[in-house]
Design a binder for this molecule. Sequence first.
Ligand code: ARG
Length: 603
Amino acid sequence: MSKDKFKQQFAASTAEAFKRVYPEVYKTIGDEQVFAPDFVFDNLETPKDPKLGWFSLPVFRFVRLLKDKPPEIAAKVAAETNALVDTAVDLTLARSSAVAGFLNAQADHSVLTPQTLGEVLTRGSRYGDSDEGQSRNYLVEYCSANIAKPMGIGHLRSTVIGNSLRRIYRKLGYNVVGINYLGDWGTQFGKMIVAYRRWGEGTPLDGNAVKPLLDLYVRFHDAAEEDDSLNEEARQAFRKLEEGDPEITGLWEKFKAISMTEFERIHKMLGVEFDWITGEAFLNDKMEPVIERLQKDGLTEISNGALVVILDDPRLPPCLLKKADGGTLYATRELSSLIYRWDKYRFHESLYVVGSAQADHFKQVQRVVAMMEEAEGLAEADRMTGRVKHVEFGWVKFGDKTMSTRRGNIIFLEDVIERAVTLAREKIIEKNPELKAIDETARMIGVGAVIFGQLSVKRHKDVNFIWEDVLNFEGETGPYLQYTHARLCSLERNYSGSISPEINPALLDHAEERRVVELLADFPDAVADAARAYDPQAVAVYLLRLGGAFNKVYQRKDDAGRIDRIISDDTERSAARMALVKAVRTVIREGLLLLGLEAPEEM
Ligand code: ARG
């Protein structure tokens, strides 16, 4: 049973118990406060010490209402709740215990353990799936790197968050479309073209051209600081591109092909997938109808020769649709793309996993959409307002420095991944030189370290990338979880019995084992929490807890101070523990996959 369901049950049985213990008060106020399950639910807290239970209700808040002392209230209500639970079939899990002025909710392990192990072991990788999504369309846009520039570390964060969200919403039953919206249009291509023509002779436009192209771009910016006419030249080149000049278009297509090959290679290394690769240029013929629509809605104005929408939120600057020279902008393409996606998918939600630096841009276009839908008086079902989310995230810093392409002090994503794989390889050889698939395992671990390092920090916060930290096999890292997973696999390999959920739950009665069972029961909630917060971090943190809790079982000592081995001569106990092992292995593996990591079976 999920924790949320348990919480509801506990709230319901406690509210009922309050009614029975305090009938006089109930008669006067009816289904309010402690007598209302929703009220009890909202007042439940999570105890700091998990041993106390899953939830607790501080009863001293109700002293005035009930005219009774806290320990009395707690003791009477707990006894009544448990009496109820003992007689009701569907409340079997939510036992109550009174500790001072608190009512603590504890799961009855004789029920929770077989139920949870049974569910995990029978459902396997489908444990935690839900039908919440009901196959509704869910759009997640991520990566969205710019062509003719190498993919930098900033795009890494978007890529790994989005890739994981795509997997999480799939698990919840949505029809997810993972989108890569390439930055393949805009004035910067004018700059690229000018730079290539001036200094690019001899730069072969082949698979290795991305870094030389970046050098050209940086060189352009340096030169344009001295000589402003270069900027004008770039504007003209871009105009020609917009007009479809064949020679310039040919160059642009080459830049694009080079970048696409490079991006594909990096996505493959990372194990990242998309369902739709598109880009800004795709909207070239879709902007005019949108502009006309906004004009018809009476939302546009001319300001200094430019076409703008003045927003009804005074904190936001006007949204620029067309420059005085008739050129369109990033926001014009964004708006057209929003409308296109809504018309095509009628999505349940549409996420944009893009750094916080673009927060205003997303607010602006969302505001324009809201004003448009309002002006047109669209029915609720035809409005996308409220369904579009900018999933922003903080910076990635290396030694406290942020990176910028313009200045050329960029850290290449590919170099980061390669370095991680090399370091992982060294560590594996040191730990387990006998391992057969060293290269393959090093790739899984190096990549996993980089991904997990991004996802284990709440997305709003900055990530400080430190090599020693992300690759530490003992710290709060991807490799630590992968290592735990491999260790569980090896226990399974070494066990000669067959593993089944039909075990005696009383044999998993150590506090360490109970904690693991409770965490296993929590997995569906962790996935749902991540989905609700648009942040895979909830799953990452959950896995660290589960891994840590299992390692306590693994290292548990018996009364004589010896390690209490999972597999021992006690066959019944070994069978119970191996069911736990397999359940933990199943959940860690599924959790890692949801985050976009691989789960090697040996390392
Ligand atoms: N290409 C942009 C950049 O690298 C990000 C695009 C984000 N997505 C969007 N729909 N605007 O800065």
